[in-house]
Design a protein around this ligand. Structure first.
Ligand SMILES: Nc1ncnc2c1ncn2[C@@H]1O[C@H](COP(=O)(O)OP(=O)(O)OP(=O)(O)O)[C@@H](O)[C@H]1O
Ligand SMILES: [Mg+2]
Length: 234
């Protein structure tokens, strides 16, 4: 059974269609990667699936009631938003909101702080971390509640190899532990490393949704071919 079904969804702003119509079925398992050039609609689609965009047409349906589904999702934005509190408190925050006791929240936060290699910075104010460290905290904070679905918008853009690897390893592990990952990236190498299936967007339309190998071996369009070849797409 598919837990997420998008049917005929359109997003129009001031009479201009910026996304859609999109029809999409997503399985509960694995990592789905959104690829496409700048302005192709990746962020808009992620925000739409997460319920942050008002639909102009169509429906986004989960296999559980939408209200319940909303509680089971996390979203990591391209630019991480940190609370002006310590690293540990940032990680504890979603647990405290869910009424975890302080000792339990600390225990869980410590577990995650080790996973992202920031043990030495637990009391540092999170807003003063480097970009890569902040993004790792944002990913850990999103996963700490064990969501069923995690959306990430270009989570490793502008990060170096090591920071990228820390985050990719965490995402692979999360997917193995039953968190569905839906993420956008510009990084074809990352898509090759992480994706089970690839959604390719071009000018607000979904040109294809297929398994990674199928996408790479027989690109669905000239634009996709150019994207894979690293050419400039106009
Ligand atoms: N609130 C808005 N008002 C008007 N146009 C918008 C709005 N949000 C997005 N758009 C337009 O929709 C299109 C898709 O934007 P989107 O940010 O989803 O692309 P993207 O694939 O994420 O691009 P990038 O790779 O640069 O992040 C763009 O042409 C953008 O200008
Ligand atoms: Mg974007």
């Amino acid at each position: 059974m598919f837990p997420l079904e998008v049917s005929s969804v359109e997003i129009n702003i001031k009479g201009k269609r910026i996304l859609g119509p999109i029809n999409l079925l997503l399985k509960q398992e694995g990592i789905s990667v959104l690829l496409g050039a700048n302005g192709s609609g990746k962020t808009t689609l992620l925000e739409t699936l997460h319920g942050l965009r008002k639909l102009s047409k169509g429906k986004v349906r989960w296999s559980i009631p939408n209200k319940l589904a909303a509680k089971e999702q996390s979203f990591v934005f391209q630019t991480p938003v940190m609370l002006r509190r310590s690293v540990l408190e940032n990680l504890m925050y979603p647990l405290r909101v869910r009424r975890f006791s302080k000792p339990n929240a600390i225990k869980e936060a410590m577990h995650w702080v080790k996973k992202i290699g920031l043990e030495k910075k637990i009391i540092q104010q999170a807003t003063l971390l480097s970009g890569g460290e902040m993004q790792a905290v944002a990913v850990a904070r999103a996963l700490i509640t064990k969501p069923k679905m995690l959306f990430l918008d270009e989570p490793t853009a502008s990060l170096d190899g090591l920071a990228k690897k820390t985050i990719e390893d965490i995402l692979v592990l999360a997917a193995k532990n039953d968190t569905k990952i839906i993420m956008s990236t510009h990084d074809l190498g990352q898509a090759k490393r992480l994706a089970d299936d690839i959604i390719y967007l071009h000018k607000g339309l979904m040109e294809s949704h297929c398994l990674k190998d199928e996408f790479l071996n027989s690109p669905p369009s000239d634009a996709a071919k150019q994207f894979i070849a690293g050419d400039i797409i106009i």
